[in-house]
Design a protein around this ligand. Structure first.
Ligand code: AKG
Ligand code: FE2
Length: 220
């Protein structure tokens, strides 16, 4: 395990290489690939252009809100969560795990994870492939391309979490700001977050209208 502190370039950004072993990666991927994916037309979140899985809570991209509590994070992520807490990378135990799959040609648009919904630390574990994550300051436009190696975890806190957008390109070959060039492969990332605020729908929700207050009842 090797820590790279990017604080001088992007305040609050930390990367830990070899956060998991290849054996752990294999076991996690085997389990994930047996589980149900959504996105690419599959509910919930059928509109997503990449496949995802969610654990802990269900977030709707369409309604930009949490719809449902799903239960504890899965067993396959237990050791990673334990390591996250041992290294004090998050103030509280994560209660949301988002698995994103990026096949060749897939990326993610520049965004900041919802500041009122998710807590102050956003962590992402890179499995099967490295990628370059672009950080762009929302006011100054300052940009840094950070290499996220396979098996590493990136920790976004402070400015890197709140003042920068992050994105991943669709390119097959990418170059980081330090000049390192990588060839992308299928990448599966595990994003650990804490949901800090959400309203559970009423237990007996019989409303069948589409409205912002109880859309949980009608989301496909
Ligand atoms: O794939 C990643 O490492 C990042 C995913 C991400 O930024 C997100 O889902 O909000
Ligand atoms: Fe994100």
């Amino acid at each position: 395990m090797h820590k790279i502190d990017y604080n001088d370039e992007i305040p609050g950004l930390l990367l830990i290489q070899d956060f998991v072993t290849q054996e752990e990666e294999t076991l996690m991927i085997e389990t994930i690939d047996k589980n149900q994916w959504c996105g690419l037309g599959i509910s919930p979140n059928p509109e997503l252009k990449r496949r995802t899985q969610q654990y802990g809570h269900l977030f709707s991209y369409r309604y930009r809100k949490v719809l449902e509590e799903l239960g504890p994070l899965p067993e396959f992520s237990g050791q990673v969560v334990q390591r996250i807490m041992e290294h004090e990378l998050m103030p509280n135990t994560p209660n949301h795990l988002l698995v994103n799959e990026y096949n060749l040609g897939q990326g993610i648009m520049p965004h900041t994870d919802a500041p009122t919904l998710f807590g102050p630390a956003i962590l992402s574990l890179s499995l099967l492939s490295a990628c370059v994550m672009k950080f762009t300051h929302v006011e100054t436009g300052h940009t840094v391309d950070i290499l996220l190696p396979r098996l590493s975890i990136v920790v976004m806190r402070g400015d890197s979490r709140y003042k920068y957008k992050h994105s991943i390109s669709k390119d097959h070959i990418e170059t980081a700001s330090d000049g390192t060039t990588i060839q992308r492969d299928r990448r599966v990332s595990l994003t650990f977050r804490e949901i800090i605020a959400w309203e559970a729908p009423p237990a007996e929700n019989t409303c069948n209208k589409t409205c912002s207050a109880c859309s949980a009842a009608v989301v496909p």
